[in-house]
Design a protein around this ligand. Sequence first.
Ligand code: C2E
Ligand code: MG
Ligand code: MG
Length: 663
Amino acid sequence: MKQGTQHLGMGARIGIGFVVVLALMVVLSAIGLRYVTEANQRLKDIAQINNVKTELATEMHSALRERALSMHTLPILADPFDKDAEIQRFNAQGTVYIRARDRLEHMPLSPEENEILSRILELTREAQPEVQAVVDMSTFIDDQTAIFDQIRSVAMPRQRAIAEQVSALLDLQRQQTATAVHNAETSYGRVRNLMLGLGTAALLIGILIAGFVSRRATHQARQLAAQAMYDPLTGLANRSLLHDRLEHEIERSKRAYTSFGVVLMDLDRFKEVNDTLGHEVGDKLLREVGRRFKEAVRAEDTVARLGGDEYVVLVHDLDREGIPAIANKLLAALDKPFHWQNQSIDLGASLGVSLYPSQCRDASELLRCADIAMYVAKRAGKGYAVYAPDQVHTNRHDLSLKSELRAAIQADQLCLYYQPQIDHHNQRVIGVEALVRWNHPQRGFLAPDQFIPLAEDAGLIGPLTHWVLRAALTQLVTLQRQGHVLTMAVNLSARNLHDMELPASISALLAEHGIAPQNLILEITESAVMANPSDGLAILTELDRMGVTLAIDDFGTGYSSLAYLKGLPVDELKIDKSFVKDMAENENDAVIVRSTIDLAHNLGLKVTAEGVETQDAWYILDMLGCDCSQGYFMGRPMPVEKLEAWLRESTWSNVPTVALSAP
Ligand code: C2E
Ligand code: MG
Ligand code: MG
């Protein structure tokens, strides 16, 4: 999944979200903190200055009051010393007043303060001589009434006017302090609101990011869940979802007493198409097949792909009677050929059906039984098969054989039997065909038909063929050393024609054993070549170039024409035993054999007949001009010791004899 690199991981997104919110919070806090500090400093400055100013104004105020008091005291005092002391107090208070006023003048003042202060200055200047006159009067004149009159009418109003202005100054300062505090509070409030607003914005952004991340996470989780449950190629259910649906269906069937079925399908010829036309075409075909299967069944049935070209349909409410209808419907879905670039591709399928609850008890068993039935259908070459318990043995047997085969190749449990091939021209053995057997420790000798298809399925045909070639060539060297001039025929399987390394490995084996290439005959069936025309032809051409003899095996059983074979670099044609065996009795077979021999000769091919079981057959083939024969009549496939004896003793041996009879 490249998604991980295309999109950021969920962890990274959440991380980025948090970093963004955190950064926002830090920036906001910094801004807020600056505002608060500034407002604080402003307030502190204003408070400090105002405190000093208020102090000075208060000093002025109390000095004025003290002087007024002194003014009233002076006339009453009789003792000249007391009077003198009072006058000194009066003058001292005047100094206090002037010092305070001077200091005030040098403070930073508002225009209103300046105005009041200059008014005070003016009033003080005007009052000074009159107040001084009253004080002088009090010092020198004893007329108390006249003095008090003077105080009341002249000095006091002057003093009061000044005191009023000082009070006004104090009021103004109080007011200014209050305004500063108010401003500071407003400033705090603004900062608080700003912080609150920005904090809320950060929170909202955080929530948005969290929402976004969680939406993406949910989306991705859903996507992952879908990926985990569906086959990415076809969009059909995958094995896990199928299992899940099967479990549910089993529960449902238990409750509702219904039955259902599982149809397992394996496409025929898909592997050849895939190998010949490429994976892209293969993928398209798999998608199209899935679509057709889905169309063929009801919406509530589940169509799944298990991988490769294996499909499964879970069919609701299916019983034994309903099987033919659904199986034929699914098979019919593949009837219409598939098209790709003007080519029409025919795909068939083999179907296996199993039923719940009559045959199987759980999901795995249903699939296993359907698989066994499918295998039976494939083997029998018929469209579908319904599971029957007796199929188990053959199939489980096959499955375990498959796993044992790999070990068998390594453990040398395989062995070769050799069947002589007799030349019609001099009636002597000219070669042998190597036929593989599996000497199974428990099951005894197994014929190639019992395990070659398994080897093909399990991808073991490469090592198996290699083993056979090595063993056969080693044996040929031994036979040559014993003085026999023989060719060695080895069978290749269809799957070998996919292996582009094959010619090189054969060449290496020939060189290793010192065998001339023309003494090795490789037998390939028609269908093997047809299954993989392009690679097959390339491999055959290379083998031909190396000088190896090539033979078409089982000729007549496939669909190829002699005209098609003409295009192949083959040297020899082996007529299938089914025509040869009954040739004496069946005229049709005799005609086929005769025309095959004639046509092959016209194409310059050598002809070998297989399945010669009787002397009659031998004679007929002799008359028809067949070049070579192989069959029970002359010699059965035999292990090497028997072959060596046969080569020494048989009338067909290449030690010349005159007699012609069955050995
Ligand atoms: P084939 O290559 O056509 O081999 C001939 C088969 O016919 C052999 O069967 C042989 O035992 C049988 N036979 C020979 N003479 C007669 C006769 O007169 N009458 C009858 N009825 N049968 C006769 P076998 O050994 O069971 O092999 C079957 C097939 O298995 C072979 O057919 C060949 O296609 C395949 N095979 C055998 N060995 C190998 C191998 O090493 N590799 C591959 N890929 N296939 C092999
Ligand atoms: Mg053969
Ligand atoms: Mg054959």
